[in-house]
Design a binder for this molecule. Sequence first.
Ligand code: IMP
Ligand code: MG
Length: 186
Amino acid sequence: MRKVKLHDLTFRPMISKSAVQKRVKEIGAALDQEFFGKKPLFIGVLNGAFVFMADLVRQFSGDCEVVFVKLTSYSGTESSGKVETVLGIEKSPSDGRAGKIEGRHVVVVEDILDSGRTLHFFLEHLSDQKPASLSTVVFLRKPTAAAFLVEVAHVGFDIENKFVVGYGLDYNGLGRNLPKIYVLDK
Ligand code: IMP
Ligand code: MG
């Protein structure tokens, strides 16, 4: 039970490295069954999803493409919580390279579902581009995820409404490299 200190806060282990790896293997196997032969397009949401994505796609045995997007969400002045793609996939590349959504089996990969706002709006944006199918995989989900409707095909772990780090998730930039999930220690 070794704790870690990031900036001013202390975190204690919550999900072990072996539990994380076991669960990711299960989800990867499920995706392999579902999408083998369909050449899915995995879209990861940066920065948090990079670790989960890397482990997940290495469980996939068929052809697949992997891209990442960077999203920002504005709440404050915009009550709708508009989400913008900062760095993203091309809308319709003429040379047919990775990133075209139309007709593709798209799997969105995200680190954690908190309010669900970010994914809710991003999924709407993707669905406008007529994918053959659109599904979502999240590594962690908090109970607050009920705030915005997001249908999730696979969840790694449902957790309490507490701040967590590790496995891609950060606290002010630190902690993404930790191989287990840590929770804020009181
Ligand atoms: P949502 O739009 O409210 O679902 O926000 C989800 C995003 O907030 C995630 O992609 C994370 O970047 C961030 N986030 C939410 N909860 C945590 C947490 O406990 N630790 C670290 N980042 C979090
Ligand atoms: Mg994120």
